[in-house]
Design a protein around this ligand. Structure first.
Ligand SMILES: Cc1cc2nc3c(=O)[nH]c(=O)nc-3n(C[C@H](O)[C@H](O)[C@H](O)COP(=O)(O)OP(=O)(O)OC[C@H]3O[C@@H](n4cnc5c(N)ncnc54)[C@H](O)[C@@H]3O)c2cc1C
Length: 1021
């Protein structure tokens, strides 16, 4: 029997989704098979609670937030059961992720066509529940149009298959004209109700009159009674031949009618490869509504909108900055118009005509067009898809809020609807962000509201109400794809009228009389402004528990945080507050950047770094989102949270809570979230701040203390290095050390180089007198200096040979280990010392260049917020001039001082694994470019995320297996395959700039990886 988790960690992690709502559930279950679900349904009935089916948890309207038991099927219902290539269908379990299904279908030349922006983590079950669709809904429609069949469990525990049945078939089971008689089973009464409605002219008329425009391709509002009874009242067919498929109404029913365990979906052939997007730039939003109508005449496969706000936000996102390349000038909006065809010429001809129609008309609808082809197109879509995430990640308490974000009206009515909408916003004194699926009349409209304030909360309701009135006026749908949840349910009655709403209530009652499934969603919802994630006038429970005393001075007293959070979150201010209070508020804002969109739930099949702990476990409580949820809950509500209702010792300092320790413990501090999370949630930084705060009230574990002072230990050890090395490598003594500091005995402790890098480089430098290309300061980071001095010397030799003067300036260690172990008091000392020692000598002309990415990047990423505020500008300046080895080399290539002529042309295969901090902050492109200086080199970038070692994480006893498992996801198998396939003629080299990555590769595969510098040096002429 499986467990229902009722511990605070699970309850907090599942108290939210990607919506504005929060409600702590009674528990969380992870069923493994259909019988488990039947058992859960029985238990729910017995204990008078309800089940909330949940997949990826990316719903925006609070569909998976509730007080009952959350049943997460994303963990065990992940199988693709059958693919039928000939008949174009697939049978899957509901927890299969959309992108993963499409990856599996690629080799069949097929795909599941409704596509959400959340395709890399949302599941087919969730898409079915919400009737999801995406940018290409113009061509492919929504999930409802593609579900052929589903299997599920009804509230009485009966397992049913829902598919198209004729009345004849149903009568064979339930008896002639069974809908006129008393039902003997639940499923019989479900069919009977719908047939009765379909055969009753008055009901059919009522539905036709009150449902949204039939032409609207996007409708996810209320129960789709109109769709499910459509064929039943088709008078042109004999009654017994008419059909009904309950999947039509199950699609979009948001887990309120049945628990789905299998879904059979139809598939489309992969679209023609040849495509292009025309990015049409408009100088007003109104022009884009008209431009859309022009574009639709050219049969595009998609037309999407991005407004200026999104384009502006994308400038601040590390990942999206590189995807804005097609933007010309400062458009009010851009229409992304996708064209597909058999040949490039064919599409170009259409694009010519389209551009002429858009630009050369009287209204000059468009002022510029960029055409994007081939692989670059995915960058445009990536920017467009990131839009919603970018928006919700806007800094500050006022956020573009999801409240009316999903309205759809017929495209030809869009312009008039939008004019009314703009007027309404003006009356409410609100501004709005516009984007998304303009081709189908759906725009994601997000007014910027601070719902932490009473006035903001009032506007939250008012704007929803007034928009519902407008949507009714234009016969649109309040939800085009996101569903109703607890957000829009309240307005369904207004939109559809009392009688249709009563039908919907009857439908729910017929399917689920005992209210077992997802209570208070779609019908009988709670007020839309109840159970919000943020409360008006929210206080911070943590305030009294923070002890940090030597945080950065803000000029108005001592701050109680260690990082200067306010510097990055200046928008977050407490009216009238200064210093510490504002710092705490800024820290909270940084946590609240997480909006639950769930980008941290990507699996290793999808790629990227974020989030290794989730990737390897598939466990929501180990995702960055759960960390943010737990931090927010503990820091704001603390012991007052319903999740802690049973907690015995409520006087205990909140920082000592078990839940906090658990979520922080699973984080590898890889910084994947820093760039891959559209809201830039920086969990690595949050983690180290909270750890230090915790250590202030609780003692720091010996291991954290030892690791953060490792460089000092090595410095002392170096005085007696043979003895140190003997101790570190002799099994008996090294095992004692490992056991004391709780390291695994499976890995070797690094030994020390005979001569430090500093000394070795100094000696080497004396041999060179001619330095025509300028001076470079080398940063002798603590890892290279003591453990890999030879590598440091190699870099110096490379630079000296290329004509640079090399000097290692006076500096202390980077503090990287201290930062990652949460010893921020120590890290701040190192940061302060280094900034003071280097600020006056390092400049653009004389940069500081580093070998180990994580160390040198601390100058750029952490130092400015660790040093006192008055030193911040100098720290930032130093950070700008502190470069990774590859950044420096490519800078010099750009200046013409290094060329490929400096290197040999022999053939070599290089398999590159980038460091996760490097990937997050600067990317690996420059490493690749630097290696391409070897003209005979073929470079393969390994699509790995974090290697799994993450500093000391992989050495730690309890993390050792996880660390190896992370390596096994992509990195190790790729390396093994590369090495096995290598021929004996061309050298095959595995390269990794990170020291712990190299160790991990060695431990996991037995292959000695080298630093890219060593490759460049070896192939130097
Ligand atoms: C940034 C962002 C962008 C988005 N973009 C889009 C978009 O482009 N298009 C779009 O359509 N949506 C979009 N969404 C909304 C959301 O991602 C989709 O609705 C998605 O399909 C939900 O899938 P999920 O796996 O996360 O489902 P969940 O949120 O877990 O669940 C969705 C619904 O399905 C029900 N459900 C789940 N599993 C079952 C089951 N086994 N049996 C019965 N009911 C079940 C749940 O109860 C719930 O009501 C976006 C959301 C975000 C945060």
């Amino acid at each position: 029997m499986f467990t229902i988790h009722t511990d605070p960690l699970h309850r907090i992690a599942y108290a939210t989704d990607a919506s504005a709502y929060r409600e702590v559930p009674q528990g969380v279950a992870f069923p493994e098979n259909e019988q488990d679900i039947v058992y859960l349904i029985e238990a729910a009935r017995e204990h008078k609670t309800h089940l909330i089916p949940r997949a990826g948890g990316t719903s925006i309207a609070g569909q998976v937030v509730g007080s009952g038991i959350v049943v997460d099927i994303s963990k065990h219902f992940k199988k693709i059961l059958e693919i039928n290539k000939g008949e174009h269908w697939a049978r899957v379990q509901p927890g299969v992720v959309l992108d993963e299904l499409n990856l599996a279908l690629e080799s069949y030349g097929l795909f599941f066509s409704p596509e959400t922006s959340t395709s890399n983590r949302c599941c087919i079950g969730g898409m079915f529940g919400n009737n999801s669709c995406g940018s290409h809904s113009l061509v492919y429609g929504s999930t409802r149009h593609h579900v052929l069949e589903a299997k599920g469990v009804l509230c009485d525990g009966s397992i049913e298959v829902f598919k198209e049945y004729s009345i004849r078939e149903l009568e064979a089971w339930f008896g002639s004209r069974f809908w006129e008689k008393e039902a003997h089973t639940l499923i019989q009464s479900i069919y009977a109700q719908l047939i009765r409605w379909a055969l009753d002219e008055k009901t059919v008329h009522l539905i036709e009159e009150n449902y949204p425009d039939k032409s609207l391709r996007r409708r996810s509002c209320g129960y789709a009674i109109d769709e499910v009874i459509e064929d039943l009242h088709n008078a042109s067919k004999p009654l017994e031949d008419r059909t009904i498929n309950l999947c039509k109404v199950l699609a979009g029913s948001e887990g309120t009618l049945a628990f789905i365990t299998e879904i059979k979906v139809d598939l489309d052939p992969l679209p023609p490869k040849e495509k292009m997007v025309v990015c049409a730039h408009c100088d007003t939003l109104q022009k884009s509504f008209l431009g859309n109508l022009v574009a639709l005449k050219f049969h595009p496969t998609a037309v999407e909108l991005m407004d200026r706000n999104i384009l502006e936000l994308s400038k601040q996102n590390v990942e999206q900055q590189k995807n804005r390349f097609f933007v010309q000038g400062d458009p009010a909006s851009i229409l992304i118009i996708e064209l597909r065809g058999k040949t490039r010429e064919e599409i170009d001809t259409i694009a010519d005509q389209l551009e002429t129609a858009l630009m050369e008309n009287e209204e000059h609808l468009v002022y510029a067009c960029s055409r994007v082809y081939g692989s670059e197109i995915s960058k445009v879509w990536s920017l467009r898809k990131a839009g919603l995430g970018l928006l919700t990640g806007m800094k500050g308490d006022a956020k573009p809020i999801g409240v009316i974000e999903d309205t759809a009206v017929a495209p030809e009515k869009l312009s008039a609807y939008m004019a009314d909408f703009a007027q309404m916003l003006e009356n409410l004194d609100l501004s709005c962000v516009y984007h998304a699926h303009i081709s189908t009349g759906e725009l994601h409209l997000r007014p910027i509201i601070n719902i932490k304030e009473a006035e903001g909360k009032r506007k939250f309701r008012e704007v929803a109400y007034q928009t519902a009135l407008l949507v009714k006026k234009y016969k649109g749908s309040l939800s085009g794809e996101h569903g109703d949840g607890r957000l829009r349910g309240e307005f369904i009655q207004l939109l559809y009228g009392d009688e249709v709403y009563a039908l919907m209530q009857d439908l729910k009652h017929c399917w689920d009389p005992q209210q077992v499934f997802n209570l208070h969603k779609i019908v009988d919802t709670l007020p839309m402004d109840s159970m919000l994630r943020f409360e008006v006038g929210q206080k911070y429970a943590i305030e009294k528990d923070l002890r940090g005393k030597d945080g950065p001075s803000t000029g108005s007293g001592t701050c109680h945080t260690y990082y200067n959070w306010k510097a990055a979150f200046d928008e977050c201010k407490v009216e009238g507050a200064t210093g510490a209070k504002n710092q705490l508020h800024a820290l909270m804002c940084s946590i609240e950047q997480c909006n639950g969109a769930g980008d941290c739930r990507k699996s290793n099949l999808i790629g990227g770094t974020l989030c290794p702990a989730f990737k390897v476990s598939g466990d929501e409580t180990k995702a960055t989102r759960a960390r943010a949820n737990v931090l927010r809950e503990i820091l704001t509500r603390g012991w007052g949270s319903e999740a802690f209702a049973q907690a015995l010792n409520k006087d205990k300092n909140l920082l000592k809570s078990k839940e906090l320790a658990e979520v922080l413990d699973s984080c590898l501090a890889c910084k994947g979230c820093r760039s891959e999370c559209p809201s830039n949630v920086d969990m690595t930084r949050l983690r180290s701040e909270i750890l230090q705060q915790k250590y202030d009230v609780d003692s720091m574990p010996l291991r954290s203390f030892a690791v953060s002072r490792m460089a000092q230990v090595e410095q002392l050890g170096h005085l007696v290095w043979p003895i140190y090395n003997l101790f570190a490598s002799w099994q008996f003594s090294s095992n004692i050390i490992k056991r004391v500091i709780k390291f695994t005995t499976e890995r070797d402790i690094p030994t020390l180089s005979r001569v430090t890098m500093r000394k070795a480089v100094q000696r080497e430098c004396r041999k060179y007198h001619d330095h025509p290309k300028g001076k470079v300061y080398l940063f002798a980071d603590e890892f290279t200096n003591f453990q890999e001095a030879e590598l440091g010397l190699t870099f110096a030799k490379l630079l000296l040979h290329l004509g640079y003067k090399v000097e290692i300036p006076k500096h202390v260690e980077s503090g990287r280990a201290a930062i990652s172990k949460g010893n921020l008091k120590l890290a701040k000392k190192f940061a302060l010392k280094n900034v003071n020692l280097l600020k006056d000598i390092v400049s653009e002309q004389t940069p500081l260049v580093g070998i180990e990415p994580s160390c040198i990047l601390s100058f750029r990423d952490e130092y400015p917020d660790l040093v006192p505020a008055e030193l911040r500008p100098q720290a930032q300046q130093l950070g700008r001039n502190a470069s990774l080895f590859d950044e420096f080399i490519m800078r010099e290539v750009a200046a013409g001082r290094i060329t490929s002529d400096d290197f040999k042309t022999d053939k070599v295969e290089i398999w590159l694994h980038g460091h996760c901090h490097q990937k997050a902050l600067v990317g690996t492109e420059k490493t690749v470019q630097a290696l391409k200086l070897l003209t005979g080199a073929k470079i393969h970038v390994i699509p790995s995320g974090c290697c799994g070692m993450a500093g000391s994480f992989g050495y730690e006893k309890e993390h050792y297996q996880t660390s190896l498992a992370i390596g096994e996801m992509v990195l190790f198998p790729t390396i093994r395959k590369a090495v096995a396939n290598a021929d004996n003629i061309t050298p095959c080299i595995v390269s990794a700039p990170g020291t712990s990555c190299r160790q991990q590769i060695l431990d996991g595969t037995g292959v000695h990886a080298v630093h890219p510098i060593e490759i460049l040096y070896r192939w130097m002429k």
